[in-house]
Design a protein around this ligand. Sequence first.
Ligand code: DHB
Ligand code: FE
Length: 278
Amino acid sequence: MARILGSVMTSHVPAIGAAIARQLQDDPYWKPFFDGFGPVRRWLADAKPDVAVVFYNDHGLNFFLDKMPTFAIGAAPAYRNADEGWGIPQVPPFEGDEDLSWHLVESLVAADFDMVTCQEMLVDHAFTLPLALLWPDQRWPVRVVPICINTVLFPLPSAARCWKLGLTVGRAVAEWEADANVLVLGTGGLSHQLEGERAGHINKAFDLRFLDSLTRDPEWATRTSINDLVKEVGTQGIELLMWLAARAALPGRVHERHRNYHIPISNTAAGLLLLENA
Ligand code: DHB
Ligand code: FE
């Protein structure tokens, strides 16, 4: 049977791709951000995941405003990155875990989640950059299953619904008949807003409370409506839904192994959290 090792949640900002390309990891602006990943990389070197299930939101590369699934899952043999217009280098393709993908599709549909199943899927910066932060040589040691949650076109799924999605994924992984170590990633957030009158909005107090909640009271944010969450964290800060889904996938007790929080990276309050399955 498969084992969930833990979860890594991190922000994703296109500028990270430019900083990697220009080798700015030790630059004063970037150092507090990149240094956060050292402990996570060391943990991964020990934990040796075989597969990563990645909750993220596509920003218009694979799904555009004309066709926007609330929940989508990849079931492809491989996933490629492509130009999103940020001018950042593309990364090598990722090998898909088709067996786990189809097991999750079966389990999620049986649990009344109407997933869009994608046998072809491009993955954008929200998927590629977190993996490049965890494995800087970009020789991906894991097979992947991408799971997309819409956070770009309203209406969005509620935080409680995203929690249930993660819970169902976690239970299905535990029932997957494969001798595999599974890592769950959640990418996005924390507070940020890119457009409109509140462009530049950051809410450190809320972010820190949210980070604390993921170990102490992980369903805390699910008791708040999407509109109220957006008021707190901004229209793109709502990407924290990925963190909730990833947290919900962890069975039993969790142990916070590492966290980093740094303002700003581009327009974003950058968060990083490593939760180990205790
Ligand atoms: C930024 C943040 C994001 O989450 C994103 O998807 C694109 C840009 C930013 O802060 O620049
Ligand atoms: Fe984003």
